[in-house]
Design a protein around this ligand. Structure first.
Ligand SMILES: [Cu+2]
Length: 282
């Protein structure tokens, strides 16, 4: 059922739970096809049955059969079953069941016009505090307070999200200015970043960036701009003039690769201090 959706242009599913979303997409498409054929046939029947030649004078009594009401009721019931039986349970299990910090790789993502700031708690697993007063667009876009508990080893990147494969990932999403929306199409994840709110989202990658690029070889998607950089993070909410360039990259490593990347970042932090943000090594 899912292959034909991909043939219609749905991106590869590189996540552990994306198949549930794809199943819903498939069901909705089949239902819409049935509705299209059903109502289309009814429309053509009506054009013939009520043509002017056969009905020169308007009939003020109208239709007496209740067939169309029954049909509409049936469609409404099918839609309710889809919503209550499928969409809401998937929402409840997939979206609301947010993993704790201890069960997931926990990252904070702060959207702004026009970039994604990504904040890792570092080896101690504690996010340092951040404050509005400390925000400096050049060197400290999230206003991280390096003197607060747990902050010294925190890693902050711009437009670069790195995660391990086959592990739950939890992202706490917020925004500094307007409403943005983080879109990870290959993971079937999309979430608005709303100023004043911290919204948790979670997923699990089932494919590394390397495997993803391997799968794309020879397909039409392989020719997309910047595709060699791997999974892209797109802003899915028109957020201002620079919306089009609010693009980030998501790199999925194997476990060892992820640990190496963390070690590199820690080393970089040690060597450069936090005056030089790691936004130029990509
Ligand atoms: Cu945006």
């Amino acid at each position: 059922m899912i292959e034909w959706l991909q043939a219609l242009g749905l991106p590869i599913d590189a996540s552990a739970d994306g198949f549930a979303i794809d199943e819903i997409l498939g069901l909705v498409h089949w239902l819409m096809l049935i509705l299209f054929i059903g109502w289309g046939a009814f429309f053509i029947y009506s054009l013939i049955r009520f043509r002017q030649k056969r009905n020169p004078v308007a009939d003020h009594d109208g239709v007496k059969s209740h067939f169309s009401s029954v049909l509409e009721l049936a469609v409404a019931i099918i839609e309710m079953v889809l919503l209550v039986g499928f969409a809401i349970p998937i929402w409840a299990s997939r979206v609301n069941d947010v993993p704790e910090s201890s069960e997931a790789v926990h990252v904070r993502m702060v959207a702004q016009q026009f970039a994604w700031n990504i904040h890792y708690p570092g080896p101690d697993g504690i996010f340092g505090a951040s404050s509005l007063e400390l925000i400096d667009e050049e060197v400290n876009p999230i206003g991280l307070d390096r003197s607060s508990p747990g902050a010294a080893d925190d890693i902050v990147t711009i437009n670069q999200l790195h995660i391990p494969v086959n592990e739950r990932i939890r992202i706490d999403l917020s925004s500094k200015d307007v409403i943005h929306s983080v879109n990870l199409p290959e993971f079937r994840v999309k979430q608005d970043a709303v100023p004043g709110m911290v919204i948790p989202m979670h997923f699990e990658a089932s494919m590394t960036t390397e495997e993803f690029l391997e799968t794309l070889k020879g397909t039409a998607r392989d020719t997309l701009p910047d595709i060699e950089k791997g999974f892209q993070i797109a802003c899915a909410q028109l957020c201002g003039l620079g919306h089009y360039r609010m693009k980030g990259y998501l790199t999925v490593h194997d476990e060892a690769g992820f640990q190496d990347w963390l070690a590199d970042q820690a080393e970089y932090l040690e060597a450069e201090g936090d005056d030089d943000w790691d936004d130029d090594d990509w």
